[in-house]
Design a protein around this ligand. Structure first.
Ligand code: MG
Length: 202
């Protein structure tokens, strides 16, 4: 194949990709923390048998899903970096949670987890934004239509810095850290979902 023809095909591919991106229908999402938000935070959970949802969680997520929101879990799992359990164990816990939700009709779009120790200085550990940025790209999410729900200041600052609307849930850690006064607070994910569905766009 001649050099000119290869160049023409390459240009066409670039144009095609640009047009596809431009025409993509970006979707709204609700990013949710795992421990202390969806499930009881028993501290460095390394056993699928230790999973227990707060009341009404599957039903609340189902309502979001039915209104067109992708559900994306973003979770710091420093228990891996601290050597409390290995990555396979963390994945087993996540998969068990996905199965429990699937049995209730909830399809989580993805789980992103940070395996690092806090001292490693990674960009994925919340309040770093890397897990969110990856999900926006991987799943064609519109950040301007999306929310983050979590029980700690790390979750809230992740959302604020990534351009998501944050909601602090009063479950999980009692020590919440520094949260801006304007941030919406809800007693639980169930209440947060009610708020999102009242305020949201879809
Ligand atoms: Mg949490």
């Amino acid at each position: 194949m001649g050099r000119t023809k290869v160049a023409a095909i390459w240009r066409w591919m670039l144009m095609y990709e640009t047009n596809v991106k431009r025409n993509k229908n970006l979707r709204p999402a609700v990013f949710v923390d795992r421990d202390g938000t969806l499930i009881n935070d028993i501290g460095y959970l390394g056993d699928p048998d230790g999973l227990s949802f707060y009341p009404g969680i599957p039903e609340a997520l189902r309502r979001l899903q039915d209104r067109g929101y992708l559900i994306v879990v973003v979770t710091n799992q420093s228990g891996i970096g601290r050597g409390y359990f290995n990555e396979e164990t963390a994945i087993a816990v996540n998969c068990a949670m996905l199965r429990m939700l699937r049995d209730k009709g909830v399809m989580v779009a993805a789980i992103y987890y940070c395996p690092h120790h806090p001292d490693e200085g990674c960009s994925c550990r919340k309040p770093g934004q890397l897990m969110i940025l990856r999900a926006l790209k991987d799943l064609d999410i519109d950040d301007s239509l999306s929310w983050i729900v979590g029980d700690m200041d790390k979750d809230i600052w992740t959302g604020i810095n990534a351009g998501l609307r944050p909601i602090l849930v009063e479950t999980g850690k009692s020590e919440k850290g520094s949260i801006p006064a304007h941030v919406k607070r809800s007693a639980s994910v169930v209440e947060a979902v009610n708020f999102i569905l009242d305020e949201g766009i879809s």
